[in-house]
Design a protein around this ligand. Structure first.
Ligand code: NI
Length: 229
């Protein structure tokens, strides 16, 4: 399942992030790439654990914590501290699958990467190219979102970032270890939760209310079967 989450950051937060990133020191993105990804990765990053990355990362995590859609779709157990990258002058990240396990540099904690996230910090009209292209069992998806919006997709999928041929594409990227490892199970739970939330809006119908209670029970009993912590 590939889903977008609107307004993880406000326009003011995006502007603050852009200002801090413009003044920060950037390094070659290959520092965090695995052996295969080093061959195809051409971008710049803010060093993991640097003060700017930590401060802006907390802003991103705050945005996620306020998003019921992120909680429902991701069922997060651990979130990798958000990182920041930039593509310009034809830079690109060729087709790859993300590393299965990531270790947080500052704490040594290991995270299984079930979900990958890209939070866009530049508006689509500011640059040409730079689409995130994700291949999954339902086909190929090309993603380019407004600043402050985020896409969440299975880390198991092949994906790439198309060359940026004008302007710069700045974004935050990170991974999530979910309480539910399997994408197909997370998708069922998300669909069920979405339907339950919609039922909850129906007022005054006793049978709808009872169905809502029963389906909520099904949701929690499925989650109980599938959850790992
Ligand atoms: Ni990737």
């Amino acid at each position: 399942m590939l889903i977008t989450i609107a307004d993880v950051l406000s326009a003011e937060q995006v502007a603050q992030a852009r200002k801090m990133l413009a003044e920060a020191d950037w390094v070659d993105g290959r520092v965090t790439a695995g052996y295969q990804a080093q061959e195809v990765k051409r971008n710049m990053q803010i060093p993991e654990g640097s003060p700017v990355a930590v401060q802006l990362g907390e802003m991103v995590l705050g945005g996620l914590a306020r998003s019921p859609r992120f909680m429902s779709a991701g069922l997060p157990l651990r979130v990798f501290p958000p990182m920041f990258n930039s593509y310009s002058g034809g830079q690109t990240f060729g087709t790859h699958v993300d590393t299965a396990i990531r270790q947080v540099a500052t704490t040594g904690q290991r995270i299984r990467t079930d979900l990958s996230a890209t939070l866009f910090l530049t508006a689509p009209e500011e640059y040409d190219g730079g689409e995130l292209v994700v291949e999954d069992s339902y086909g190929t998806h090309s993603v380019k979102l407004p600043a402050g919006h985020m896409v969440l997709y299975p880390a198991t999928s092949l994906h790439r970032v198309e060359p940026v041929t004008r302007g710069a594409r700045v974004s935050s990227f990170f991974w999530i270890q979910s309480m539910v490892r399997e994408d197909s199970q997370r998708t069922l739970l998300f669909d069920l939760d979405t339907a339950i939330q919609r039922l909850a809006l129906v007022q005054g119908d006793q049978s709808v209310k009872e169905s809502g209670v029963q389906l909520t029970g099904v949701y929690h009993n499925l989650l109980r079967q599938w959850v790992e912590m």
